[in-house]
Design a binder for this molecule. Structure first.
Ligand code: PLP
Length: 457
């Protein structure tokens, strides 16, 4: 790129570079970042984005295999969504939640047109964590119970109860006020806690374990079981057939509310509108965020089953948010969902996963000793990297990083790929709209980066 070339947002490269330098200085002086030791980070400045790509502060184009935080399901700067936000801003920017407004009503209608019958009401939040907070509050008020069961190896958000519910190491320093949350082991055959050798054994033993935890905690004290339908940040562990149906059966037997956290896996990521559709089970509450409007404006929510919604027909629901159903956010959701329908984005995610990403990753696994397992569906895949295939020792310890992982991630970036990495895993989570050529380009960069990991074995 020449200094006078234009980025997709119309900025000249030399202008973008100057702006990026200033942005970086201001960031380091004034911005306090999430989940980070502030003095040890060096955030990449992003100056532009379009489709499956972002541009850094030097004007380098990177293929976004992270979808940022796994939210840009429809790709960056989708013109219909950008136009809808601008049109809504011109029409009505903000309105208090007690009033009805067209964008919020239409977003609720569109969202529930993709959920099973009986799940017809939406409470809007600002993001995924507060969606989970409110789902738990609804379950507690509905059942009159207080305990909540969630799995180890899960992420449910950074707010108080949501971080308590989280079953990954980010909970540890935040666990001072554990609010009735009990963790259990979910199915994960590659690192089975149950000495299982087949998916079926893993499923049966994980369900027996959950049943035992329910008995030990006292069913009459348990308000909800909260599960990511496919745990995302913790490793994209697609549950074995029958697991979600088994959880549904345990909930039904004990009057426990089944909350499916679809914040990351929902809205097309697994090749279905919601990931629980892969299993034979319908939850009572569905929490969502990210993909609902691809994160263009912050939005989350809870889809509520009729019986739980009826609890609040003649009793006020004790909770609310100033920006619940914010017009700009819900207008973005309306445009996103319509575009996903019109452009068959969910079907595309299923096909590209089955025909291009899955086979491509399995091909990489043939050639790289560092790959212990490949798992996923749609545009939601994880590479489990190991120091030794036989012992399955992770390439970085649980809850931490390693030079081998850091160098592999750096090689991805140097090659023009922005990956999503966590501990010993690299996740391949591009937008649902990624093309076959883009996938091949990304896998070729990943192929070279994995040589770096192999070099450490
Ligand atoms: N639940 C799941 C499954 C998530 O992956 C996340 C975020 O990554 C959250 C909840 C929290 O969402 P937010 O960061 O929008 O609060």
């Amino acid at each position: 790129m020449n200094a006078t070339d234009l980025l997709p947002n119309g900025l000249r490269l030399d202008e973008a570079r100057a702006e990026a330098r200033r942005t970086y200085e201001l960031d380091r002086a004034h911005v306090f970042h999430s989940w980070s030791a502030q003095a040890e980070i060096s955030p990449m400045t992003i100056t532009a984005s379009a489709g499956s790509y972002v541009w850094d502060g030097d004007g380098n184009r990177l293929l976004d295999f992270s979808s940022q935080l796994v939210n840009t399901n429809i790709g960056h700067q989708h013109p219909k969504v950008v136009a809808a936000i601008a049109a809504q801003a011109a029409k009505l920017c903000t309105i208090a939640p007690q009033h009805a407004n067209d964008a919020r009503s239409e977003a609720a209608r569109l969202i529930t047109s993709h959920t099973p019958d009986g799940l017809d009401k939406v409470f809007f939040t600002n993001a995924g964590a507060d969606a989970n907070e409110h789902a738990v509050r609804m379950a507690r008020l509905h059942t009159g119970r207080y305990k909540v069961l969630t799995r180890y190896r899960s992420y449910h958000g950074g707010t108080d109860t949501a971080i308590n519910m989280t079953g990954d190491p980010r909970r540890w320093p935040n666990d001072h006020a554990n609010s009735g949350v009990v963790h259990f082991f979910g199915p994960f055959l590659y690192r089975s806690r149950f000495h299982a050798e087949t998916e079926q054994q893993e499923c049966e033993r994980a369900l027996a374990h959950l049943d035992e935890v329910v008995r030990m905690e006292g069913p009459s004290t348990i308000a909800a079981i909260v599960l990511e339908s496919v745990p995302g940040t913790a490793g994209i562990m697609v549950p074995p057939p029958g697991y979600l149906a088994g959880v549904r059966e345990i909930c039904d037997r004990h009057g426990i509310v089944f909350i499916a956290d679809e914040v990351m896996a929902g809205f097309g990521r697994t090749g279905r509108w919601f990931a629980f559709e892969h299993g034979d089970a319908v939850p009572d509450l569905i929490t969502f965020a990210k993909g609902v409007n691809s994160g263009y404006v912050p939005l989350g929510g809870v889809v509520i089953d009729a019986e739980i919604a009826a609890t609040f027909d003649h009793r006020p629901y004790p909770g609310g948010l100033t920006y619940s159903g914010h017009p700009l956010a819900t207008a973005a959701a309306v445009a996103t969902i319509r575009a996903m329908e019109d452009e068959h984005v969910v079907e595309h995610a299923a096909t590209i996963g089955a025909e291009v990403i899955g086979p491509g990753l399995h091909d990489l696994a043939q050639r790289h000793r560092c790959i212990g397992e490949i798992r996923g569906a749609g545009v939601f895949w994880a590479l489990e990297l190991v120091a030794d295939r036989d012992s399955r020792e992770p390439l970085a310890p649980y809850g931490s990083s390693s030079p081998a992982m850091n160098e592999t991630i750096a090689a991805c970036k140097a090659g023009g790929l922005l990956p999503f990495a966590n501990f010993n895993r690299i996740h391949v989570v591009p937008p649902c709209t990624v093309t076959a050529d883009e996938v091949r380009e990304g896998l070729a960069i990943l192929d070279r980066a994995l040589d770096v990991a192999d070099g450490h074995l």
